[in-house]
Design a protein around this ligand. Sequence first.
Ligand SMILES: O=C(O)c1cc(=O)[nH]c(=O)n1[C@@H]1O[C@H](COP(=O)(O)O)[C@@H](O)[C@H]1O
Length: 305
Amino acid sequence: MAFDRLIKRIDELHNPSVAGLDPRLEYVPQFIQDASFVKLGHTLEAAADAILQFNKALIDALYDVVPAIKPQAAYYEMYGWAGVRTLAETIRYAQSKGMFVMTDGKRNDIGATMTAYATAHLGKVDVDGVELEPFGADALTVNGYLGTDGIQPLLDVCEKYDKGIFVLAKTSNPSSGELQDRLIDGKPVYEIMGEMCENWGSRQIGAYGYSAVGAVVGATYPEQLAELRKKLPHTLFLVPGYGAQGGGAQGVAGAFDENGRGAIVNSSRAIMCAWKKEENCPETAFAEAARREAIRMRDDITAYL
Ligand SMILES: O=C(O)c1cc(=O)[nH]c(=O)n1[C@@H]1O[C@H](COP(=O)(O)O)[C@@H](O)[C@H]1O
């Protein structure tokens, strides 16, 4: 089961965190950008090439400390077809280093179109009798607010190809409460979505007691994290919002179960851009700075478990 692989790697590294790879060209040190511009001119292809070099160096610096990466698809789509190729190559490179890859796509649509998304990101596509893997991530973030028929195709693909999904329940952004905190029959919408995750996951429970259907719950809402952890015993949490959005280790502690499992905390900008924040850090030391921030984050979070 996909999340068994993730939890096993978290245990091995004693690190329940994921490095978000959400690269903008301006996060990439100038010497890497310049090398790509010399090769390919000032083009989208050059930007995508620079980002790939940046990502690979970060992965090299992180793979023995951090169990997973979470590339957010938007940052790759922003650079057109070449950016999307960089996404595919980043996924493959991280997996070749033993990392678990969760693509952040927040996808959803009607069932037929969701089948296409599920095939693209987690499954295999039939090309005239030959099965080929388009992106091949281990997990995908999805939006469950279209209801069960939008999630069903993902469950089938997860079962067939041993993958997982994280469904948005209580998002980390300031406006998430506008809809997600509203009550239906006395229950907040995010809790109803969490219960739907428990239900969708019930046909595939792994060795650690967690299903292949996780939920996204923001680090910026510690009370809701702790409350949902008690109510959703089989749902693994992806917890974004640590670091750049203000979430902290104490706040995310409630996302974990009594064995210190059940959640994985994301940080993107704070890791990728650590070299810009560290005093006197030369740009050539960007990957070491990312590693230092990832280790600091690991120690910060595990101190509360
Ligand atoms: O699904 C997500 O990963 C996600 C959900 C959410 O509620 N809030 C949230 O910030 N995210 C993503 O988590 C990452 C957070 O990035 P940083 O704020 O730079 O650490 C981005 O890729 C967001 O798109």
